[in-house]
Design a protein around this ligand. Structure first.
Ligand SMILES: [Zn+2]
Length: 261
């Protein structure tokens, strides 16, 4: 047991913080994972070179950012539906070797699934996140509340490789539709990658992402058959919304190098 005291990322009270698995332990987050320890300016030259310093961790990826009550409540309300959703899709991905071009029928509880996704974004972000997104606090602490506040979108893709992505709220330029930057926070852990964003259209980030915000349009008890068609995308470098393959990144590096000379 840990006695880390701090401000809960969800309810904002000063309490003992508890260990939260992101994604939930039962959603394939209970094993070994490699943490690369980047040094400053590591990426300046070639973002594809992984650092020599790394740490092998056991027992899944966890955060100490949520109090016991918020952890238990959200776990009890949402984690099971989300984990079932992950197992079902992982099964399909294994059978098709990571790539499906078909609609996959999912019988799920869509509201619980998307509430778990939002809960995970709270766990990986910092205290300020709840202050900036107080509407989302209500969305997860009140089981019955739906839909997702209209300024937010949740986008998804299939993720099969080992390059995990846990990116706190960041802003990317939005050259297509004006000077306002787009907010993104992203979690990528097999079998899914998820983005929470305020982009008005998924195409502002990447056309291959699928908008699953409609998961929030159903009441909490409702089960639905959802036909999901997601693209499998690589996450080679740790930049939100970047799904270039290794080859594409290498080409971009070559280009910028030849320009510099
Ligand atoms: Zn709390």
């Amino acid at each position: 047991m840990s006695d880390r005291m701090g401000i809960c990322n969800i309810c904002g009270s000063y309490k003992q913080l508890t260990k939260e698995h992101v994604p939930p332990k039962k959603a394939f987050n209970n094993g070994r994972w490699t943490e690369y320890l980047y040094e400053e300016n590591q990426w300046a030259d070639n973002p594809l070179i992984l650092p020599k310093n790394k740490r092998i961790n056991q027992g899944g990826i966890t955060f100490f950012s949520i109090c016991g009550k918020c952890n238990n409540d959200t776990g009890r309300w949402y984690a099971r539906s989300f984990s079932d959703f992950c197992h079902y899709n992982m099964d399909i991905l294994r059978r098709v070797k990571g790539r499906t071009s078909l609609y996959v029928p999912n019988e799920i509880n869509p509201l619980r699934v998307i509430k778990q996704i939002i809960t995970m974004f709270f766990a990986i972000n910092d205290n300020e996140f709840r202050i900036r997104h107080i509407n989302l606090v209500k969305f997860i602490l009140n089981q019955d509340e739906y839909p997702l506040p209209p300024e937010y979108k949740v986008l998804a893709y299939y993720k099969v490789d080992e390059n995990l992505r846990y990116i706190q709220e960041s802003f990317i330029g939005n050259f297509k539709s004006g000077p306002k930057p787009i907010m993104i926070t992203e979690i990528s852990h097999p079998p899914f990658g998820f983005l929470l964003t305020n982009a008005t259209d998924k195409n502002e980030i990447d056309t291959r992402l699928e908008n699953i915000t409609y998961f929030s349009f159903f009441p909490i008890e409702e089960k639905r058959l959802i036909n999901l068609k997601l693209n499998t995308l690589p996450t080679v470098i740790n930049i939100p919304g970047d799904y270039r393959s290794k080859k594409e990144i290498e080409e971009a590096i070559m280009k910028s190098k030849s320009r510099r000379k």
